[in-house]
Design a binder for this molecule. Structure first.
Ligand SMILES: C[S@@+](CC[C@H](N)C(=O)[O-])C[C@H]1O[C@@H](n2cnc3c(N)ncnc32)[C@H](O)[C@@H]1O
Length: 303
């Protein structure tokens, strides 16, 4: 496989498996391929701050997602950055957004169906916002259609350090940002995002229910495994995730975002691993100097 800038391909054999590391580094040195920074490059469409948000990854998706993906599944959709990106590039009718957290799925569904109503609900909270008010909203039903979505939207936009955090009962439990004013939300921007995702399928299932898909492009951005940081309502087990990947990888093109060493994911031979260096704010959970990987099971035609 050719690489951008004539970058070498480093093949490492571990436990009889070949892993292709692609990057500019000399053999044996740390390999670096992509960098994500705040304010640099094309930011993707974003609804709310979200732990693990990939809205800074658009330049990476441009390079690694093939032009003919077939149906596109964002199985751990979260804040929706990959699904929104895919809608913009390939058309919303090809895209499936899934997240098993019903609060998050309800927000995305409401945005799609009723952006005007979502904005009106947000405005109600905007005009009353205060630390006490925030705590009161946190105790209300976040699943109640447009009203619930408006509440969650308000909470997410005002959460401390952009940390959207749920307990295992899907109860949102992030504290409020200190001393900051409630951000304004532009109604036209909401409508425009809603129109770009019109026709996207939105589901709220466990990822394992998607183990029968085929002929598709599957993006997997699970909660970081081996890192039960309490941000999401659940942690995905490594064994369960590996089994799922093994079931779908022969029938689909698969792209995986993860934070752990590729070895710990127990990927089959033939995956290409890209290192992504993150130099961006804590709002997105990852601090300066940390990194993630992206693994793909197809020829990404990179460069
Ligand atoms: C790293 S986040 C995804 C971030 C997303 N790519 C973005 O840009 O906002 C992982 C998501 O997986 C969801 N999730 C956790 N366990 C799941 C499961 N068993 N099935 C489906 N989704 C799950 C969480 O609710 C969370 O939104």
């Amino acid at each position: 496989m050719a690489c951008a800038g004539g970058a070498p391909v480093l093949n490492r054999v571990r436990d009889g498996r070949t892993i292709n590391y692609i990057g500019r580094a000399a053999a044996g040195a740390a390999v670096e391929q992509f960098t994500v920074r705040n304010g640099i490059g094309r930011g993707g469409p974003k609804l709310i701050p979200y732990i693990g948000c990939k809205s800074g990854f658009m330049h990476i998706f441009d390079q690694l997602v093939p032009d003919d993906p077939g149906r596109i599944y964002d199985i751990f959709g979260g804040g929706g950055s990959f699904a929104f990106y895919a809608c913009g590039r390939f058309g919303a009718k090809k895209v499936v957004y899934n997240d098993h957290n019903p609060v998050v799925a309800n927000l995305v569904r409401t945005l799609q169906r009723d952006p005007g109503g979502l904005h009106a609900e947000y405005q109600k909270h905007y005009s009353k916002s205060s630390p006490e008010y925030y705590l009161g909203v946190r105790d209300k039903d976040l699943l109640d259609g447009t009203r619930g979505a408006g509440r969650f939207f308000y909470l997410a936009k005002n959460a401390f350090s952009g940390k959207i955090r749920f307990n295992t009962k899907n109860k949102f439990n992030s504290p409020m940002r200190k001393g900051a004013r409630c951000p304004r939300v532009d109604a036209d921007a909401l409508r425009s995002l809603a129109s770009s995702i019109s026709g996207m399928e939105i589901t709220c299932r466990d990822f394992a229910e998607y183990d029968d898909i085929s002929g598709s492009f599957v993006y997997l951005d699970p909660p970081y495994m081996n890192n039960p940081n309490g941000h999401y309502n659940a942690v995905v087990g490594l064994d369960e995730f590996s089994r799922f990947v093994q079931k779908i990888e022969g029938r689909n093109r698969v792209m995986i975002s993860e934070q752990n060493d590729p070895d710990s994911l127990r990927l089959s031979p033939g995956y290409t691993i890209f290192k992504v260096s993150l130099r961006r704010s804590l709002q997105y959970f990852t601090q300066n100097g940390s990194s993630e990987i992206i693994a793909v099971n197809y020829d990404a035609g990179h460069g």
